[in-house]
Design a protein around this ligand. Structure first.
Ligand code: PHE
Length: 339
C-alpha cells in the first residue's frame, strides 16, 4: 500500500514538471484531490487494512494530500505569474515615443510673403488673391500678348484645355482687378504660378507677388522709389536698386530690376557671380493697351506694375542653394526658419 502512495507522488511530480495553464491545473487537481480522485480512493482503502496498520497509513495519505495541496497552490501562483507576463508582453506599449507633436514653423516663402505684404499694406496697398487655374485671356491676351505672339515662348505653359491654363504669372490679376475697379488703385497679389521648368533655380511651381498702382501722374520714379523701399526692407538699408531696359508686352517701358548683392555688399562674390548685383524682378509702366483693354483711359491715367519672385528672394535672404528644397517638405530643412 505504501508503494501505491509513492507511485502516485511520482506520477504527480512528473506530470507537474512542464508548465501548466489554469484549466489544466484544475483538471489535474480534480484527478488527485477531487471526490473520486486518487487520494480519496486511497482513503477509502483504509477500511481494508488490518486495524493496527490503519493509523500509520492514514497519516501517510494525509501527508501526501498536504504535499499535493501545497504543490497545487504553488503551481497556481506560477501559472498566474506566467499569464501576467504573457499579457504584458502582448499589450506592450512603447512609452519612449513622444506623444507631444513638434512645433511648426512658417515656410521661408511664407515669411517673405508676409514681410512684403505687411510693408505694402503700410503704404496703402490692398492684398488680393486670384485663381491659380486661369483663362488664356487674363494670363495672356488682356496683357497685350495675342495668340501666336512670340512673347508666349518666354513662359512654358501648362494648358488644361485650349483656353484654360495654370497661370504662369500673377500679372494675370492685373486685368481681373482693373476690369472691376477704377483708379486710384494700389494692390499686391501674392500666389503660386506654374511653368514647365525644373532645375536648381526653376521649379514647375513657384511664388510671385504682383504689385500694381494706377492713378493720375504715376511715373517710373514712383516705381523706383517703391522698389527701393521694398529692397531695403528685405535685404538691409544699404541695398541699392538699378533698372536695366527689358521687354514685357504688358509694360512700356519695361525694366529688369537688380539689387546690390546682400552677401558681399556689391563688391562681387560667388552669389552674384562677381558682378555685385543680383537680378530680382521684372517691372515697368503699365502698357496703354492693357489700360484700354480694361476700360481705363490711358490718356488720363498711368500706372506701374512689378512681379517679384518670392522663392528667389527667400533663396538670397536665407542662402538657400536649390529652389526644390522649398517643395520637398523635409522637416529638417523647414524647421530652421520662422520660429
Ligand atoms: N509677370 C512678369 C514675369 O513673370 C514680371 C512682370 C510683372 C513684369 C509686372 C512687368 C510687370 O516675368
Amino acid at each position: 500500500m505504501e508503494d501505491l502512495i509513492e507511485a502516485i507522488k511520482l506520477k504527480f511530480d512528473l506530470a507537474s514538471k512542464s508548465s501548466l495553464g489554469g484549466a489544466e491545473l484544475q483538471q489535474m487537481r480534480a484527478k488527485y484531490l477531487g471526490k473520486s480522485g486518487e487520494v480519496t480512493d486511497l482513503l477509502k482503502k483504509i477500511k481494508d487494512l488490518p486495524p493496527e496498520e490503519r493509523p500509520a497509513f492514514g497519516a501517510k495519505v494525509n501527508e501526501l494530500r498536504k504535499y499535493l495541496e501545497d504543490r497545487f497552490a504553488a503551481l497556481a501562483e506560477e501559472s498566474k505569474a506566467e499569464e501576467m507576463r504573457l499579457s504584458l508582453q502582448r499589450e506592450r506599449v512603447d512609452i519612449s515615443l513622444t506623444s507631444c507633436p513638434s512645433r511648426g514653423a512658417l515656410h521661408p516663402v511664407t515669411l517673405v510673403e508676409k514681410q512684403i505684404c505687411d510693408l505694402m499694406e503700410a503704404m496703402g496697398f490692398e492684398v488680393l488673391s486670384g485663381p491659380e487655374i486661369e483663362t488664356d485671356y487674363y494670363n495672356f491676351r488682356a496683357l497685350n500678348i495675342p495668340e501666336d505672339h512670340p512673347a508666349r515662348d518666354m513662359q512654358d505653359t501648362f494648358y488644361v484645355t485650349e483656353n484654360i491654363l495654370l497661370r504662369t504669372q500673377t500679372s494675370a490679376m492685373q486685368a481681373r482687378v482693373m476690369e472691376r475697379r477704377k483708379p486710384p488703385l494700389k494692390i499686391v497679389c501674392p500666389g503660386k504660378v506654374f511653368r514647365s521648368d525644373n532645375d536648381a533655380s526653376h521649379s514647375p511651381v513657384f511664388h510671385q507677388i504682383e504689385g500694381l498702382a494706377v492713378d493720375k501722374n504715376i511715373t517710373l520714379c514712383d516705381l523706383k522709389g517703391t522698389l527701393s523701399y521694398i529692397a531695403e526692407n528685405l535685404f538691409g538699408p544699404q541695398t541699392k536698386v538699378r533698372f536695366r531696359p527689358s521687354f514685357f508686352p504688358f509694360t512700356e517701358p519695361s525694366v529688369e530690376v537688380d539689387v546690390t548683392c546682400s552677401n558681399c555688399g556689391g563688391k562681387g562674390c560667388s552669389l552674384c557671380k562677381g558682378t555685385g548685383w543680383i537680378e530680382l524682378l521684372g517691372a515697368g509702366m503699365v502698357h496703354p493697351n492693357v489700360l484700354e483693354n480694361c476700360g481705363i483711359d490711358s490718356g488720363k491715367y498711368s500706372g506701374y506694375a512689378f512681379g517679384i519672385g518670392m522663392d528667389r528672394v527667400a533663396m538670397i535672404k536665407y542662402g538657400i542653394p536649390d529652389i526644390r528644397l522649398f517643395f520637398e517638405n523635409d522637416q529638417r530643412f523647414l524647421k530652421q526658419f520662422g520660429k
